[in-house]
Write a protein that binds this ligand. Structure first.
Ligand SMILES: [Zn+2]
Length: 368
């Protein structure tokens, strides 16, 4: 018996990063009948152990060996598909999940995993079709409601987004608010930023918080400031009441249920000033970033890279980005994805620069 986590599906909605996990764990049964299949099982177990340890690149080789030795095993193809998905090799992952499904038609969660592979590539319609296919076969399964929620989130995203080319130099159009750029007005600079030292909005210490998170958040902020070529600047304040951007943490799972979302890793609430007829920009007057410090599926504190990605993404919203990038490489991609690296891409940087391009450059402000 081999245990393996099934693919985690992640969807993000406008101004918040949320994820929806479909069946976090799954049991696969294998019964080898020949010495060659037994040998394949040794590789399968080794690969599965590495998958569970999140060593996805290392898991690839033993799982591929298992697939060569035992090509008729749905379990082998399933785990190899999971591995490819985590390595951001989506076409290969889709092929493996399809093989698993051919060999074992009851393995219908392959349909959801295939949908998720399309989804992280921005192929929304394909993803929705696979999710619908899953619902047809599993209308009363425990995760059916989650899959329905995922379809609704994707359809909403598809309606709201302004088409922009993932190959363009920036994605300003996609992150505009009804065609208007949302940003901090010049007279509000330098922005006053408050970072709670491991406490939630009520001041209570947060379980799973590491001091490192403060620095990751600050690094993420500095990365965006640099991307703007110092056209925006900030100073740290020690009282949340004085802050333009207040950043707090949370370990409360109830946070995940807010706003009708199944799961969120972070939320950036951004308040804008009322519009006038002559407005060509939407002016921000306050932002509150809240970050959930625990992993949605394991419950463990986020890893350094996971936290870095979350901070970059949510601060991108707090600095004005009202939507998401259509490219699965950008930090502002609408879905949490293994294809996103915990660093700003050229397009992330170019977009931030375009939002503030006519502001005069300021000298880098010393951090207090
Ligand atoms: Zn987002």
């Amino acid at each position: 018996m081999v245990k393996v986590g099934s693919a985690i599906i992640l969807v993000a909605a406008v101004v918040m990063l949320l994820s929806l996990a479909v069946s976090a764990k799954k049991e696969l049964h294998v019964s080898p009948k020949t010495p060659q299949q037994e040998q394949a099982c040794v590789f399968l177990l080794e690969g599965t152990r590495l998958l569970e340890a999140k060593l996805f690149f290392k898991a690839r080789k033993p799982l591929e060996q298992a697939a060569t030795l035992w090509p008729e095993s749905a379990a082998v193809h399933y785990n190899l598909g999971f591995c490819y998905n985590e390595c951001a090799l989506y076409d290969k992952a889709i092929y493996e999940f399809q093989r698993a499904l051919e060999l074992e038609p009851k393995m219908t969660d392959c349909l959801v995993n295939i949908g998720s592979c399309y989804q992280v590539q921005g192929k929304t319609n394909e993803a929705i079709n696979w999710f619908k296919d899953y619902l047809k076969k599993n209308s009363s399964s425990p995760d059916a409601e989650t899959v329905r929620g995922m379809i609704r989130a994707l359809q909403k995203y598809d309606r709201e987004r302004i088409e922009s080319d993932p190959m363009e130099q920036d994605y300003l159009q996609s992150v505009s608010d009804h065609g208007l750029v949302r940003r901090w007005p010049y007279h509000r600079l330098p922005l006053r930023v408050y970072i709670a030292n491991g406490t939630d909005p009520s001041g209570k210490p947060v379980n799973g918080f590491r001091e490192e998170f403060n620095y990751l958040l600050l690094d993420a902020l500095n990365d965006w400031i640099k991307a703007s070529r110092y056209k925006i600047s900030y100073r740290i304040v020690t009282n949340p009441q004085d802050a333009d951007i207040a950043c707090t943490w949370t370990d409360d799972p109830a946070f995940l249920q807010e706003k009708g979302n199944k799961v969120e890793q972070g939320v950036a609430q951004v308040m804008t000033e009322p519009m006038t007829n002559s407005s060509t920009f939407k002016s921000i007057y306050s932002a509150h970033v809240r970050i959930f410090v625990l992993s949605r599926d394991s419950g463990h504190p986020l890893t350094t890279d996971e936290m870095r990605k979350t901070c970059l993404h949510e601060l991108g919203h707090a600095l004005g980005m009202a939507g998401h990038s259509p490219s699965n490489k950008d930090v502002m991609f609408y879905t949490e994805s293994s294809s996103v690296w915990p660093a700003l891409t050229k397009r992330d940087k170019a977009t931030m620069l375009r939002m503030y391009h006519e502001y005069p450059e300021m000298p880098p402000h010393p951090v207090q």
